[in-house]
Design a protein around this ligand. Sequence first.
Ligand code: ATP
Length: 351
Amino acid sequence: MNNARVVGVSKTFGSVTALHNLDLQIGQGEFVALLGPSGCGKTTLLRLIAGFESPTSGEIWINQERVADAKGRKPPEERRIGMVFQSFALWPHLNIYENVAFPLQHQKNVLEAYKQNPRARVAQILEMVGLGGMEERYPSQLSGGQKQRVALARAIVFNPTLLLMDEPLSSLDAELRMQMRKEIQYIHRELGTSIVYVTHDQSEALGMADRIVVMKGGRVEQAGTPQEIYYEPESMFVAKFVGRSNFLKGSWSNPHTFLLESAGEQVQPIPVSRDYSFFHAHHVLPVRPDQLKLKAWQQGMNGVVGRVTHVQFQGRELLYSIQVGEEEWEVISDVSERFSYDDQVLVEVNV
Ligand code: ATP
């Protein structure tokens, strides 16, 4: 079942077209990340789903109800949508209890039990976000991470059908971001609420979402599971924007064989088991650094031979640069077998 649907939506601001005839479905309980570079239309799409803007054309549906089209829209407070922004947007003059309880009084269709006993509901939600007992504090007395948790509590307190998050972690430091990622995933598991999460941080999208929608220039470039987006990119843009990629040069003899030309005089056939149909017309094979494996080269061995030009220790992994013919490839491997600068290696391509 769909929780929300964006159907053929375009949005223009004067001469700028922020969204072009865009379609998107968000399943019940699904965690969808909107990922894309600055200006691709992520925030505009989120604001349309929330109800702050009307589409120029197309329709928006939430819970089987049409909530917006070019003629008009239902206001945000009638959509049962929770929202979390990058700037926590807490009211400084209200304490934590008052901040979190606010939607219980102002949203439409809030459960009667929550309205009758807001203290109990707020206490339950504050407990859930790790702020139990902090009702009387004011935002100025909280750390950045705690403020973001209050914003999260306020977004989920009225049991929204959809939770919209716009870069919610980007103003936190690296350690807090990792911690909050886990907490958002925990809340998603506990509540089963559908989430649309805007980010330009690919590791957030890959790490948290059930499905990633990669956007470019107001259009959906590719949508799929994190694994599909990472290992089966359908365009050069996705391969470059999400994760790191090597682009091996050569030609396709058939969809299952790539003839690698960069390995020297001899063309090396690479068996390909994944679907790289988009790249058949191109003279490249996109290969992630973790899809290359190194072995010690010995005289007489056949295959793709390279030379180590750079090694970076990264804890559990090593990041190598390998010179293969004219090209330099990136390889990530575990520390079980180590190579050093200038070693000759055999490179296995597993795609
Ligand atoms: P970022 O990651 O930088 O926040 P974004 O992907 O969220 O970017 P949007 O904020 O949705 O992108 O903007 C999409 C395009 O629409 C941009 O070209 C932007 O300048 C334009 N735009 C957005 N809002 C308005 C507005 N109110 N008036 C005019 N142009 C706008």
